[in-house]
Design a protein around this ligand. Structure first.
Ligand code: COA
Ligand code: AMP
Length: 635
């Protein structure tokens, strides 16, 4: 069947407001909008202004009332703890009602912020939905971040309350969350009034009397009392959540997501882009701490009336490289969404794909990969072993849903390896040179999106309109800067090649090298430093730090390097995967003092490089090459 993509995309081009108004018909509104798009509102306009709605209502209540009460809404599948639990829509609603009642008892109401710092437990999703029910704004912080990062987010979001757990579980170790939580509150200037802590049997923790509540006790009591909380009507333009993502400095950006546009956009993507029907099982193997987890573990599947899986495990080692196939067969998954790095990990462990035929994958239709560039080798391997289409799609925390993709639901377009396919309705993608002029097909440039951004994208940064404007809208007036470099080919297919800023992508996790440099520079023996992302066969990229020591430092460089590694792990967290530090005599710089990070990266990645004309002293690059070689990097 020919794809309907061009017809649908052209329909959006000819009347964007009519397109989104029709899509909005899939959502229950308490009050209709005054304007589909209000060009005067917000920083660049606002979607569905004047409308009132509630995201939790649309994700749960209306499905319960509409005949899905007994359908499984959420499956917690945790090979790492050896447990599994299924919750129907009615079951999730009961959990969320009870938690919302507990939150309300603690004074949480519309517009208040609640930080959620939790591992991959079902309660993390309940917490998000309970906030949405009350009109409170949640901010989920990924469990792999250290206390300092949590503290930065506490100070920016100023939450009334934090919901956390006693521990997270990584292969081979239990991670105590409570010391991280208490440490973060200690460091932060803002102090939340209360914490609700889920005690997990693997490691319980002490609670601080007067401040901390036991999740199970409090929610259990509310459930036993049959407590319910009405969904609080919020404006479509009110924030649903703030999700912090790496910026170009150590100060993360608080990406704001609104309620109305977000529901409309996500619901549209489920059927049209992901080809999933209500009642089917969809699995995004990510973490609720990332945008993929927000959009495609929690909100989109539930808004759509599908069944979602919250998976607490890894693609390999929990217990083996067949885990993904086991989950797909056991729960009848029709589509899996994960990062290419997960497939590289599986391929490394089981190159022949011997685990695949051990499971019944007959219901499985499509594999979606995003979060980093999907290398053609990985795509081809997955296609061959699984026998289903493998869809690379491109998006960002900021957009909340795919900018470009092969739209399965509209009918597949021909696949081009290395390309995340074509722009989705809502996105007018252009490629500009540094002066802001559009470049020709096939020419590499800055990938931008013509304003306005579609519903579901960030309207601004939390309490930082000016920073939002400067970071995204100022450089190319009239466009949103994605900070990705790429090109469009003659068939209109996009190719996303690299970031234009200091962001690197480590195992699908977005990290700022600038943020790492700020931490490295704090070491008392370090005079100067640079952190770059270097190629890694499994994680895509990993950070590599270069340090120049203060003159007169006579200590063992190996010991200093270890301390620097420890510093980054303690400040940013293990997720940074910062394990390599190389001591050098000098950093290569231009005559105006700019560090030549790009050239250093090319040397480390064994790419062709040219001696920059403006380099201060060419001999430094030889020194870098030798230092890297001594570590087995770039040889
Ligand atoms: N809490 C505490 N620590 C965490 C954590 C969490 N929630 N998540 C990760 N970490 C730790 C890991 O234990 C690891 O620590 P280590 O340095 O002591 O080994 C470190 O952070 C790096 O973690 P990770 O990036 O997960 O690497 P890994 O080597 O443990 O696993 C993969 C590699 C490819 C298996 C893993 O990255 C993966 O499953 N990726 C899937 C992609 C994904 O989820 N992407 C998100 C966006 S779609
Ligand atoms: P995040 O905000 O964590 O989702 O990271 C967004 C960034 O990841 C993008 O700006 C890209 O640099 C990169 N990215 C995500 N998906 C893809 C993809 N399919 N192809 C290439 N790069 C991608």
């Amino acid at each position: 069947m020919p794809s309907r993509y061009h017809e649908v995309y052209d329909g959006w081009v000819s009347n964007p407001e009519a397109f989104w108004a029709e899509a909005a018909g899939a959502i229950d509104w308490f009050k209709p909008w005054d304007k589909v798009f209000d060009a005067e509102g917000g920083v660049y306009g606002q979607w569905f202004s004047g409308a009132e709605c509630n995201t939790c209502w649309n994700a749960l209540d209306r499905h319960v009332q509409g005949g899905r009460a007994e359908q499984v809404a959420l499956i917690h599948d945790s090979p790492i703890t050896g447990t599994q639990k299924k919750f129907t829509y009615a079951g999730v609603l009961a959990e969320v009602n009870a938690l919302a009642a507990v939150l309300a008892d603690q004074g949480v109401g519309k517009g208040d912020r609640v930080i959620i710092y939790m591992p991959m437990v079902a309660e993390a999703a309940f917490a998000m939905l309970a906030c949405a029910r009350l009109g409170a704004i949640h901010s989920v912080v990924f469990g792999g971040f250290a206390a300092k990062e949590l503290a930065t987010r506490i100070d920016d979001a100023t939450p009334k309350l934090i919901i956390s757990a006693s521990c997270g579980i990584e292969p081979g170790r239990v991670i105590a969350y409570k010391p991280l939580l208490d440490g973060a509150i200690e460091i932060a200037t803002h102090k939340p009034e209360h914490c609700i802590v889920l005690q997990r049997p693997q490691l319980t923790c002490d609670l601080i009397p007067g401040r901390d509540l036991d999740y199970t006790e409090a929610v259990g009591a509310a459930k036993a009392a049959g407590r319910k909380v009405e969904c609080v009507p919020v404006l479509a333009t009110d924030p649903l959540y703030v999700l912090y993502t790496s910026g170009t400095t150590g100060q993360p950006k608080g990406v704001v997501r609104d309620n109305g546009g977000h529901m409309v956009a996500l619901t549209w993507t489920m059927e049209n882009e992901f080809g999933v029907k209500p009642g089917e099982v969809f699995w995004a193997a990510s973490d609720v701490g990332w945008v993929v987890g927000h959009s495609y573990i929690v909100y989109a599947p539930l808004l759509h009336g599908a069944t979602t899986i919250l998976f607490e495990g890894k693609p390999v080692g929990t217990p083996d490289a067949g885990t993904f196939w086991r989950v797909i067969s056991e729960h009848g998954v029709v589509a899996l969404f994960t990062a290419p790095t997960a497939f590289r990990a599986i391929k490394k462990e089981d190159p022949q794909g011997t685990f695949v035929p051990q499971y019944d994958l007959s219901k499985f239709r499509t594999l979606f990969l995003a979060g980093e560039r999907a290398d053609p080798e990985t795509i081809k391997w997955a296609e061959l072993k699984l026998g289903v289409p493998v869809i690379d799609h491109w998006w960002q925390t900021e957009t909340g849903h795919p900018i470009s993709q092969n739209p399965v639901g509209l009918g597949l377009l021909p696949v081009k390896y290395g390309s995340p396919c074509v722009p989705m309705p809502g996105y007018d993608v252009r490629v500009l040179d540094d002066a802001g002029h559009e470049v020709g097909r096939g020419t590499l440039g800055n990938v931008v999106v013509k304003l306005p951004l579609p519903p579901g994208c960030l309207p601004t940064l939390w309490h930082a309109d000016e920073r939002f404007f400067t970071a995204y809208l100022a450089e190319f007036p009239g466009y949103y800067k994605t900070a990705d470099a790429g090109f469009v080919d003659d068939d209109g297919y996009l190719f996303i090649m690299a970031r234009t800023d200091d962001i690197i992508n480590v195992a699908g996790h977005r990290l700022s090298t600038g943020g790492m440099e700020e931490v490295v520079a704090e070491h008392p023996d370090v005079a100067e430093c640079a952190v770059i992302g270097i190629a890694d066969a499994m994680k895509g990229q990993i950070p590599c730090g270069f340090i120049v020591l203060n003159s007169g430092v006579a200590r063992d460089t190996g010991a200093i390097e270890k301390e620097v590694v420890g510093l980054v792990r303690n400040r940013i967290g293990p997720v940074a995967a910062f394990k390599t530090v190389v001591t050098i005599k000098r950093l290569p710089k231009t005559r105006s003092g700019k560090i030549l990070r790009g050239t250093m990266q090319k040397i480390a990645d064994r790419e062709d490089w040219k001696m920059p004309a403006t380099i201060d002293d060419p001999a430094i690059l030889d020194e870098i090459t030798e230092a890297l070689k001594a570590r087995g990097i770039g040889v």
